[in-house]
Structure formats: structure tokens, C-alpha cells
Design a protein around this ligand. Structure first.
Ligand code: MG
Length: 294
């Protein structure tokens, strides 16, 4: 148990605050109460705020809009770390050039095209599947060098079949997942499949596991942050609602960690954690950071 004074002293040592988005700042399209005020107060206290998200359906540019629209606070593209961008950067680093088959949404395609890749597959979710012509229906494109899988709310039999056929060709086709979050936090007993569920389907059909997963807890987004901004990891705080992604990401990267309970993790779960998995601090909500900023 920490006193308010201890928490204030701890926060005073932080100069960059990385915020997970869904479950920390908003839930779907509804802002979490006090989140906007917390961001403003952090900035006023001289801290750099960075938005970190595993959601690959949006590009950095669309996240800027989402932050402004949902919270009414300004954000710059350089302040956004998202798995769509991390995926594009990964392919670029591996020297992948040419045509990429995407099971994913527009924002992911935008980031891939921004590094010079040609994206295929966007339309495939909308073409009805003619089951009577089962074997003739799937037209596998030629000269594809990579398959990228993320969350796709238009995922279809055709898309999965094409992606799996391509991935099965072996190591000559780079096979990556934007992230592996299996579900989204839903209301009550509502289960909303996340990218991890889509990835699992393609992996099963391809009989191959992805070469890389770019979202948290993988360190790629942190490495990108290191390149883009001067980051003192010991003075950087990762705030999240998920232990296996956000808190693991922070711990692995040598960051300080703060768990908030406005998303998927309950206090009971947080308190039962062994020391080597526990966050440094737990707060009910990001809004509770306000009184700690002197
Ligand atoms: Mg979250």
C-alpha cells in the first residue's frame, strides 16, 4: 500500500506517459470520465503523452481524429503508437517489397501503402461466396510476398482461404499478425472477437504460425518510440487495463507500470498477482491521476 505522497513522488519522476486507449481512455466510442482532464493535466505538468494501441483497424492519422473526437483533446501523429504502423515498419525493416495480402481494415492498408507496399484483399470480404463452385471460387493472387492479419470485421471465408493458401507457401511469404488480442472488452457477457481470433483462423488453415506479432506485449512499438523520440525508459510510464499486453509490455521494456480498473482487469485479479507480474501501481481510473499531479 502506498501513501498519496509516495505516489506523487513516484509520478514526479515520470516524463513520458504511454496510454493504452480502449479500457483506459475510452470504451468503444464512449470516453471514460475524467480521461480528457487527466491528459490535459499530465501535459500541463510537463509530461509527454503518447497513445499506444494494439487496435490495427486505424492508421495513426485516423487515431488523431479518434482522440480528438472522443476526448476533445489534440493529438499529433508522432504521439500515436499503433500496431498497424508497427506492422508496416516491421515489413519495411525486413526488406519486404511488393504485393501484400491483407486480412484487415482500411487503416492497416493505409499504413502499409505509406511504406510503399501494394495491398490486396480489401474488396474480398464483400464478394458473395458461391458455395456450389467451392473449389473454383478462390482465386489466389500471384506474386504476393507477405500476408498480414489483423482485426477485420469483414473477415470472410474467401479472405481466410486466400490468406491461408498464400501463407502455406512457406517462408518465402512473410506471415505476420498485427496483434493477438483474442477479444475486446464487451458489455456483460458479450464477446467480441479481436484480431487474435482472426489470426487463429488463418494460422489453423495455413498450418503455420505467424513469423511475428507486432502489438503489445511485443516490443516493436517501444523500439519505434525509441527511434522517433528520446525516451528515458526508467522515466517512462505505461498505463493500461490489461496485464498480458499493457503491463507485460511495460515490464519487458523496462518502463514503470500503472494498471487502471476501467477495462478488463478487476481489483481482485490485480491484487492476487505474483510480484513479478504485478504493476507498480493500481488506480481505479486514469482520472485518479489528477490529484497526484502537484
Ligand atoms: Mg486496453
Amino acid at each position: 500500500v502506498h501513501t498519496v505522497a509516495q505516489r506523487m513522488a513516484w509520478l514526479a519522476e515520470i516524463d513520458t506517459v504511454m496510454l493504452d486507449c480502449d479500457g483506459v481512455l475510452w470504451r468503444g466510442s464512449a470516453a471514460i470520465e475524467g480521461a480528457a482532464e487527466a491528459i490535459t493535466a499530465l501535459r500541463r505538468a510537463g509530461k509527454r503523452v503518447v497513445f499506444v494501441t494494439n487496435n490495427s483497424t486505424k492508421s495513426r492519422a485516423s487515431y488523431v481524429h479518434k482522440v480528438e473526437e472522443t476526448l476533445g483533446v489534440k493529438a499529433a501523429e508522432e504521439e500515436i503508437l499503433c500496431s498497424a504502423h508497427a506492422t508496416a515498419a516491421y515489413l519495411q525493416r525486413r526488406g519486404v517489397r511488393g504485393r501484400v495480402y491483407v486480412v484487415g481494415e482500411r487503416g492497416l492498408c493505409e499504413e502499409l501503402r505509406a511504406v510503399g507496399l501494394e495491398t490486396l484483399g480489401e474488396e474480398d470480404g464483400r464478394i458473395p461466396f458461391e458455395a456450389s463452385r467451392f473449389r473454383e471460387e478462390v482465386d489466389v493472387p500471384k506474386d504476393v510476398v507477405a500476408v498480414v492479419v489483423g482485426l477485420d470485421t469483414e473477415v470472410s471465408y474467401r479472405k481466410v482461404a486466400i490468406a491461408a493458401c498464400l501463407a502455406r507457401r512457406g517462408p518465402g511469404v512473410v506471415f505476420v499478425a498485427t496483434n493477438k488480442d483474442v477479444t475486446f472488452p464487451g458489455k456483460d457477457d458479450l464477446v467480441l472477437p479481436g484480431a487474435g481470433s482472426v489470426v487463429a483462423m488463418v494460422e489453423a488453415a495455413a498450418m503455420r504460425t505467424v513469423d511475428a506479432t507486432l502489438g503489445k506485449p511485443a516490443q516493436d512499438m517501444l523500439d519505434l518510440a525509441d527511434e522517433a523520440m528520446t525516451l528515458d525508459r526508467s522515466r517512462t510510464l505505461m498505463v493500461g487495463d490489461r496485464l498480458d499486453t499493457d503491463i507485460a509490455f511495460g515490464r519487458r521494456g523496462g518502463l514503470r507500470t500503472l494498471l487502471v480498473l476501467t477495462g478488463v482487469t478487476s481489483r481482485a485479479v490485480a491484487e492476487a498477482l505474483p510480484k513479478d507480474e504485478a504493476p507498480d501501481h493500481v488506480l481505479e481510473s486514469i482520472a485518479d491521476i489528477l490529484p497526484l499531479l502537484a
